[in-house]
Design a protein around this ligand. Structure first.
Ligand code: SAH
Length: 219
């Protein structure tokens, strides 16, 4: 077998997609988006070898890039259409935002750490993903200036649905978010807004870093 070049990740991208399929991701557009976004560009240097393993990995500011399966699952649950405008809360590495940008018209992503915001902007720009805007701010407040959003995804866990996010969701909009205590059982919740109210579905069990109030004081 030919030896892989020095910077090629150990766990290949072929295996990566197979794992997602085996775990139940069936939406071809979602699989294609994950195939097209190079995850090794979003992880820290020490972890590029395992960038395609199905696990969360540490990033700057004590945060994590989510597990690929969870990124794929939440993205699939959003049922994105090419005309959708999406809000992401918790930019982190920018990986989830990059995946969303392949499936929607426009992505606004908000992050409380300036350092992460700037790194994510750099990565997205280097990949030519021009339909994502990363802003520094408190995701509990959403990004009202750009609302309403057809879809909202939150990638840090809160105990309750932030009311401002529900306000900024368009009619017939869908929001997918992890809910639950920091050290307890968290689940992905899907909320669908209609003229008659909001319906809620409880989905899979997950483990996310907490959604923290306010913009980060440290960098
Ligand atoms: N979607 C990310 C995963 C990030 S982890 C990725 O693909 O890499 C969750 C992120 O949410 C962290 O970067 C954390 O700093 C951020 N976060 C937590 N509370 C927040 C808040 N109130 N507003 C904005 N971002 C927040």
């Amino acid at each position: 077998m030919p030896k892989s070049p020095p910077h090629e990740p150990d766990v290949g991208r072929m295996e990566f997609l197979l794992t997602l399929r085996r775990r139940g991701i069936g939406d071809q557009a979602v699989l294609r988006a994950l195939d097209e976004v190079p995850r090794e560009r979003f992880v820290e240097g020490d972890f590029t070898d395992i960038a395609y393993a199905d696990q969360a990995l540490p990033i700057a500011c004590g945060q994590t890039i989510s597990q690929p399966y969870v990124v794929a699952y939440m993205t699939e649950q959003l049922a994105l259409r090419p005309h959708h405008r999406v809000l992401e809360v918790g930019t982190g590495s920018g990986y989830q935002a990059a995946v969303l940008s392949r499936l929607a018209r426009e992505v606004v992503s908000v992050e409380r750490y300036r350092t992460l915001t700037e790194q994510a902007r750099g990565r997205l720009q280097a990949l030519g993903l021009t339909n994502v805007e990363v802003v520094v701010g408190d995701g509990f407040a959403g990004v009202p200036a750009r609302a309403p959003y057809d879809r909202i995804i939150v990638t840090a866990a809160a105990e309750q649905v932030p009311p401002a996010l529900l306000d900024q969701l368009a009619d017939n909009g869908v929001m997918v978010l992890p809910l639950g205590p920091q050290d307890g059982a968290q689940h992905i919740i899907k909320l669908t807004k209609s003229s008659t109210g909001v319906t809620r579905e409880n989905l899979i069990a997950v483990r996310f870093v907490p959604l923290l109030p306010g913009q980060a004081r440290e960098l």
